[in-house]
Design a binder for this molecule. Structure first.
Ligand SMILES: Cc1cc2nc3c(=O)[nH]c(=O)nc-3n(C[C@H](O)[C@H](O)[C@H](O)COP(=O)(O)OP(=O)(O)OC[C@H]3O[C@@H](n4cnc5c(N)ncnc54)[C@H](O)[C@@H]3O)c2cc1C
Length: 362
C-alpha cells in the first residue's frame, strides 16, 4: 500500500500536532509554513494546556513528559480584581494539581518542531490558494496532494476552498506589552505566580507571568479597533495606581491585537481531499480553548487517518469521521467562548467576570 501524500498548511500548534502524531503512526507528511524560519516571529504569551484536550494531544504525540518538564503548574494561580485594585477572587492550585499548567507558546511550538523528522517543515512556503487537492504557492508554482489540511489560522488561505465564511471583529481589542520581573519586582508581585485580571466596565487590565521572569500585560477594551494607544491608555485614568502601573511602566512596545471570530457553528459540506482544523475552522475568542482544541483536532485527525489507512487507503472517510466530531464540539466551545467574552467585557465590570467564573466552577 502506498501512503497518501498529506500536506499540512501552517506550522502552528494544531498543524504541528497533526504532523507529529502522523509520524508517530509511521505516516509521511509535509508541513508548508509561510514564515521563513522557526524563530522569525516572537510567539507571544503563555497558554494553559488542559487535561482532556491539549494534554491528551501531547500524550498521543508522545510528548507529555517533555511538556511537564517545561510547564508551570504554579501558573494556575489566578487573581481577579476590580478597577479600584480590590481583590475579589483568588484561586491557588492545590499541591500536585496539573489540570491546566501554563507553558510559553514558543516553548510548546519548539517542542513540537523538534519532535518532527528532519525536513518535514518547508519554511518559507506560503500557500496562496488551494483548489481541490492542488496547492498554489506565492511564487506561482504548485503541487498536488491526496489531502490538504488547512491549519493556517485565522486568515486561512485554505478556508475559501470549502467555505465563504470570513472572520468578523468581536468588538474587543487587546493592546499588548510586557516587562521583566527583575526590573519591576513590585509590579510582578501584584501578578503572583500566574495571572491577574482587573475588570472595570467594558475594559480590563490583564497580566500573565511567562517563563524567564517575563510578564505580559494587556489593556483590553470593548470599542473601535483602530483606537490609538495613548487613547487606550487614557481609558484607564482613575483606575488604581497599582493596576495602571502595569501598563504605564511596561517597557515593551505596544502591539494592538483585535479579536476576530468566525460565526459560531461554522461548518462546510465535506469536500474530497481538503479539510481544516484549529482557528482556520472555528476562530473564537481567547478563553483558554483555541490552542487546546487545535492540538486535540490535530491528534484526532492523525489517529483517524492512521486507522482508516490500516483497513484500506480511504482518506476521505477518515476526514468525514473527523469532521463529524469536530463540528458540534467546536460549535459548543465557540458558544461558550463568545458568551464568556460578553460577560468579561460588559458594563457590569468585575461582577460580570465573577459570575462567569462561578458558572465555570459549577
Ligand atoms: C491573546 C491571545 C491569547 C490566547 N490564549 C490562549 C490560551 O491561553 N489557551 C488556548 O488554548 N488558546 C489561546 N489562544 C488561542 C490560540 O492562540 C489559537 O486558538 C491557536 O494558536 C490556534 O492554533 P492554530 O494551529 O489553529 O493556528 P495558529 O497558531 O494561528 O498557526 C497558524 C500557522 O499557519 C501559518 N500560516 C498562516 N497563513 C499561511 C499560509 N497562507 N501558508 C502557510 N502558512 C501559513 C502561520 O504562520 C502559523 O504558523 C489565545 C489567542 C490570543 C489572541
Amino acid at each position: 500500500m502506498t501512503s497518501p501524500r498529506i500536506a499540512v498548511v501552517g506550522a502552528g500548534l494544531g498543524g504541528l500536532t497533526l504532523a507529529r502524531v502522523l509520524q508517530v503512526h509511521g505516516l509521511p507528511v509535509t508541513v508548508l509554513e509561510r514564515e521563513p524560519s522557526p524563530d522569525s516571529r516572537a510567539q507571544g504569551g503563555t497558554l494553559d494546556m488542559h487535561v482532556g484536550s491539549g494534554q491528551t494531544a501531547l500524550a498521543k504525540a508522545g510528548l507529555l513528559e517533555e511538556f511537564r518538564a517545561l510547564a508551570r503548574p504554579e501558573g494556575q494561580e489566578r487573581r481577579t480584581l476590580d478597577e479600584h485594585g480590590t481583590l475579589h477572587h483568588h484561586e491557588q492550585p492545590a499541591d500536585g494539581d496539573e489540570s491546566m499548567p501554563e507553558i510559553d507558546r514558543g516553548q510548546l511550538r519548539g517542542l513540537l518542531i523538534d519532535s518532527l523528522a528532519d525536513g518535514t517543515i518547508r519554511w518559507g512556503h506560503g500557500v496562496e490558494e488551494v483548489a481541490g487537492r492542488s496547492v498554489r504557492f506565492g511564487d506561482g508554482s504548485g503541487e498536488e496532494f491526496d489531502l490538504v489540511v488547512g491549519a493556517d489560522g485565522a486568515w486561512s488561505r485554505v478556508r475559501p476552498s470549502v467555505s465563504e465564511a470570513r472572520p468578523a471583529y468581536t468588538g474587543v481589542t487587546f493592546v499588548e506589552t510586557g516587562f521583566e520581573e527583575a526590573r519591576h519586582p513590585e509590579l510582578a508581585s501584584l501578578v503572583g505566580n500566574g495571572s491577574m485580571s482587573a475588570y472595570g466596565p467594558d475594559k480590563a487590565v490583564l497580566a500573565q507571568r511567562n517563563s524567564n521572569g517575563r510578564i505580559r500585560v494587556y489593556a483590553a477594551y470593548r470599542g473601535p479597533r483602530d483606537r490609538p494607544v495613548p487613547e487606550v491608555l487614557a481609558m484607564f485614568d482613575g483606575w488604581a495606581e497599582s493596576v495602571r502601573a502595569l501598563l504605564l511602566e511596561a517597557d515593551e512596545p505596544f502591539e494592538t491585537r483585535s479579536l476576530f471570530t468566525l460565526p459560531v457553528g461554522h461548518s462546510w459540506t465535506h469536500a474530497p481531499g481538503v479539510t481544516l482544523l484549529g482557528d482556520a475552522a472555528h476562530l473564537m475568542p481567547p478563553l483558554g480553548v483555541g490552542a487546546n482544541l487545535a492540538m486535540l483536532e490535530g491528534a484526532e485527525l492523525a489517529d483517524a487517518l492512521a486507522a482508516a489507512l490500516t483497513t484500506g487507503p480511504d482518506v476521505d472517510a477518515a476526514v468525514s469521521a473527523y469532521e463529524s466530531v469536530m463540528f458540534p464540539r467546536a460549535a459548543r466551545l465557540a458558544r461558550f467562548a463568545n458568551d464568556g467574552l460578553e460577560a468579561l467585557f460588559s458594563p457590569k465590570g468585575v461582577k460580570g467576570a465573577l459570575r462567569l467564573f462561578e458558572e465555570l466552577h459549577r
